[in-house]
Design a protein around this ligand. Structure first.
Ligand code: TRP
Ligand code: ZN
Length: 876
């Protein structure tokens, strides 16, 4: 690979902290102290009302350790009505948002009563209203918006919850654990009482009240426990819950088989909510989901949507052990539950589908979302050292790089020792709040393997860059693999240490294409190192970082024709995928710089891949898909988006024109019946749509006609969205016809309407900025619904060419959206900031425009700490 971004950019930021702010306080990992007071039990009593809900809380508190400090309870936006200490009026004072109570003895009962307004809660943190129902979101620090409490994950309590509300408006009343009593009350009200036998941190508390219907089912655990399963949705959505229920039962069985983890309550509830900041939430026994990760049927959901539902349902279910039974000591340990649980859900998806394709998808996500984070101003370690707002650290680094870290442990230990390690971890820390160090210690103790050097992956930010080349000694029949590593500075970490990098490696014979000897697991743990391979008769080809065994950037010196050969011969599916992608990337990077693309080798590699009947359709689709413009841009020193766009278009057009027959044949392939959700059928649909994309790139007119025919005839959303996704980028009557037809048919379905907004925001046309500005005025656009906001603004910011429109209107639009959203929902607004933070990477004109918008955002008064942190750090 000839062209990689230079390791150090001039003026790299050297501070990991946001510039000092008078109003926002930095929290530091090194400042951790055990809680002064524990709360072994809490009783909550809710008098529910959309406008005015009353919350009475009775906390039994216990002094923790020998000290004379008062009890401090967190609060946020609570109207305090009453405080009592052991039944008497208490001398409580308010210190900022905290409630401070002096307690003489070592134990006490503290009672508070507050009023909150769910209807006015636009942040969607705490107790809020969504479509007439009431629900909660407490992670990370939302519980303090419900009642006064030590809102930190290392305070574990047993919960007893009573709620009362209007029986007609809220026929269903849910909380964590088991329903222990219900009854009628005056004035058409009713009540329910819930008890959760497992002590839990307050971020896992949940309450739901609404007019919901359940899809109910049962699961019998390995030890014979009968579990009642419910998925609660609005009545009209019941027919769309079958896939989520099926996925849940698959996940429950998988966790028993693969991790030996059984469910531990008699009831497991899921509730789908249309206004939700993230994907879903693992509240004990009462998971709350974004509707996008529950509702699906053939007509409205794509194969990708179905896969995401299985993935997220499994993810939240798996948290019952990795997160709930064993939780986090403090929020710096977030990856303890999230990295591990992502690794677990990746394993689940690999086992129920195609493992090779799943690995490709996971790496694609890592490269698209985490690598840019790691090389930009918001770079942070998997276990960060400080934050202003913890919500900003629910990142691809903590989740996806965190999962790669666990995967490296799994690779180093092998499956049996890894499983022994997780068994020990769950056993040792059950019912506790643990740390990342505790997790590694359990793996070490169970396996006897020393992982101490590997822990640097938790603390050191940035993506290591590894260079490799092979030399061959014909007389000794030996090959020498020369490796070196480099890690550029990241904010707050000017000097980097060498990291241990596990590399699954094989040598492949240049002529026969056969692997020479066994695959080896090499650990590069010095700045430079050589590894010897014996019994190698002639100069071999190198297959390295197979299966993407380490999350690194790799630069291999290759001989002429070598990538082409590996693209057909490498026995590791991921490495083979990489070879084809690297061939395309070379052509694209050279093309972006020279304004002309040499497509010859790519055309041949794609032709050979399509013709290979040893590999399946899903793999072919992934392998031949051209790298995204953002990924190409990541390889350039200075990004000129138009050049990147032209290069990619030119390559796709050349492939489409020269392989039009093969693409048409792939598009006509049978076996993708709309009601068939098998991995094979999904793979065929995927390849059909990728092939149609190439065909249309080669012949826009014929492509538009074919796409329109597919759109009109589709009996499933995968084919329909695949066609519409193409048509939106083509100029011609079909574009508007299809968009209008889609709108008319699905305008009542919010999740499908999100697709309609998103597809237009992703269109590859010069007019996209204008269209997006118009869509922001559309009557169906609303900034207060996170899914709709992400569909328009989030998709647009990911549309590389359109967002980086040279007039800067894309940047101004995003900044407008961030500022408007910040007034309602800071958490969701802050998630839109990072695309502007990439300004260092772009040519000077755009760079200046991006920076100006960031400055406008950061300089706005009354900013939330969420947006303040992201914008100010992005400017440094
Ligand atoms: N714990 C959730 C998960 O990964 C993430 C989550 C859901 C979340 N809602 C949130 C995080 C709100 C922060 C704020 O499964
Ligand atoms: Zn999670």
């Amino acid at each position: 690979m000839a062209d990689v971004r230079s390791p150090t950019l001039p003026g790299d930021p050297q501070s990991a902290e946001a510039p000092p702010s008078p109003t926002h306080v930095t929290t530091r990992r090194e400042d951790y102290r055990a809680p002064d007071w524990l709360v072994p039990e809490i009783a909550l009593d809710f008098s529910l009302d959309l406008e005015r809900t009353r919350v009475r809380a009775i906390l039994s508190v216990e002094r923790n350790g020998d000290h004379d400090r008062p009890l401090k309870l967190d609060g946020d936006g609570l109207a305090l009505l009453k405080v009592k200490l052991d039944g008497a009026d208490a001398a409580a004072r308010q210190d900022g948002e905290q409630l401070v109570i002096d307690i003489a003895g070592d134990r006490a009962t503290v009672e508070t009563e507050v009023e909150i307004s769910p209807a006015a809660n636009t942040q969607l943190m705490g107790l809020y209203a969504s479509g007439g129902m009431l629900c909660t979101q407490c992670e990370a620090e939302g519980f303090r918006r419900i009642t006064f409490f030590p809102d930190r994950p290392d305070v574990l309590s047993r919960y007893r919850v009573r709620m009362e509300g209007d029986a007609a408006r809220f026929p269903v009343l849910l909380s964590n654990g088991n329903r222990v009593a219900t009854g009628e009350a005056a004035d058409g009200r009713h009540w329910a009482e819930w008890e959760d036998p497992f002590p839990k941190p307050c971020y896992l508390f949940a309450l739901v009240a609404g007019d919901l219907q359940a899809n109910s089912d049962r699961f019998t655990t390995a030890s014979g426990r009968e579990v009642e399963l419910n998925i609660y949705v609005r009545a009209a959505d019941l027919p769309k819950t079958a896939h989520a229920m099926h996925s849940l039962k698959q996940a429950m069985a998988w966790d028993e088989q693969v991790y030996g983890r059984e469910y531990d309550l008699d009831l497991f509830n899921i509730v789908a909510v249309s206004d939700f900041n993230m994907g879903a939430m693992e509240n004990k026994g009462l998971n709350v989901f974004n509707t996008a990760y529950v509702l699906a049927d053939q007509d409205t959901a794509t194969d990708g949507d179905f896969d995401n539902i299985a993935r997220v349902v499994a993810h939240e279910y798996f948290h019952n052990w990795s997160g709930n039974r064993v939780t986090c000591r403090d929020w710096f340990q977030l990856s303890l539950k999230e990295g591990f649980t992502v690794f677990r859900d990746q394993g689940f998806s690999a086992d129920i589908g195609s493992a090779a394709v799943k690995r490709i998808e996971d790496v694609r996500v890592l490269r698209a979302a985490q690598f840019p984070e790691d090389s930009g101003p918001l770079a942070h370690a998997v276990r960060p050292d400080s934050y202003l707002e913890i919500s900003n650290f629910y990142t691809a680094t903590v989740y996806n790089k965190g999962a790669e870290l666990i995967r490296m442990f799994h690779t180093l230990l092998g499956p049996e020792k890894f499983r022994a390690g997780t068994d020990l971890y769950f056993d040792r820390h059950d019912g506790e709040a643990a740390t990342c160090d505790d997790f590694v210690a359990a793996l070490e103790d169970a396996s006897g393997v020393d992982l101490s050097r590997f822990k640097i992956w938790y603390s050191q930010a940035g993506t290591p860059h590894v260079r490799a080349h092979i030399s061959h000694d014909a007389d000794a029949k030996a090959a020498l693999l020369h490796l070196s590593q480099h890690l550029a500075p990241t904010p707050g970490q000017a000097v980097k240490q060498v990291m241990p990098i596990p590399l699954r490696t094989a040598l492949i014979d240049r002529h026969s294409g056969e692997q020479i000897g066994d695959e080896r697991l090499i650990v590069l743990d010095e700045a430079e190192q050589a590894f010897r391979f014996d019994g190698v008769g002639s100069a071999p080809m190198l297959s390295i970082n197979r299966g993407f065994s380490a999350p690194i950037l790799l630069d291999v010196a290759r001989g002429p024709g070598e990538l082409e050969r590996l693209a057909q011969a490498d026995g590791d599916p991921f490495a083979r995928y990489e070879a084809i992608q690297e061939l395309m990337m070379r052509a694209l990077v050279a093309g972006a710089q020279a304004n002309a693309v040499d497509a010859d080798t790519v055309v041949e590699a794609i032709a050979a891949t399509l013709a290979d009947d040893r590999i399946d359709a899903a793999f072919k689709a992934e392998a031949i898909l051209a790298p995204s413009e953002a990924l190409i841009a990541d390889r350039l020193d200075v990004v000129v988006p138009d050049a990147v766009h032209r290069a990619r278009d030119a390559l796709r057009a050349a492939v489409g024109a020269r392989l039009s027959d093969a693409m048409l044949a792939a598009h006509r392939q049978e076996g993708g019946a709309g009601n068939d959700l098998s991995p094979e059928a999904k793979g065929i649909r995927r390849l059909r749509s990728v092939a149609l994309g190439y065909f249309a790139a080669g012949d826009a007119t014929a492509g538009a006609a074919l796409a329109k025919a597919q759109f009109d005839g589709a009996d499933n959303m995968t084919d329909r969205q695949g066609a519409l996704g193409l048509l939106v980028s083509l100029d011609g009557p079909e574009r508007v016809q299809a968009l209008d037809a889609f709108y008319l048919r699905f305008r009542e379905d919010p999740l499908v309407l999100d697709k309609w907004f998103g597809l237009q925001a992703m269109a590859q046309r010069a007019e996209t900025v204008d269209e997006v500005l118009k869509l922001a005025e559309h009557p169906d656009f609303t900034i207060s619904n996170p899914n709709r906001l992400r569909a328009l603004a989030g998709s647009f910011a990911a549309n590389h060419w359109a967002f980086h429109s040279p007039d800067g209107r894309g940047y101004a639009f995003l900044a407008d959206m961030i500022l408007a959203a910040d007034k309602l929902n800071p958490q969701t607004a802050a998630r839109l900031v990072p695309p502007l933070g990439r300004w260092r990477r772009f040519e000077p004109h755009r760079s200046k425009l991006m920076r100006a918008q960031l400055e406008r955002v950061a300089g706005t008064s009354g900013l939330s700490k969420d947006v303040y942190e992201q914008a100010s750090k992005s400017l440094v």
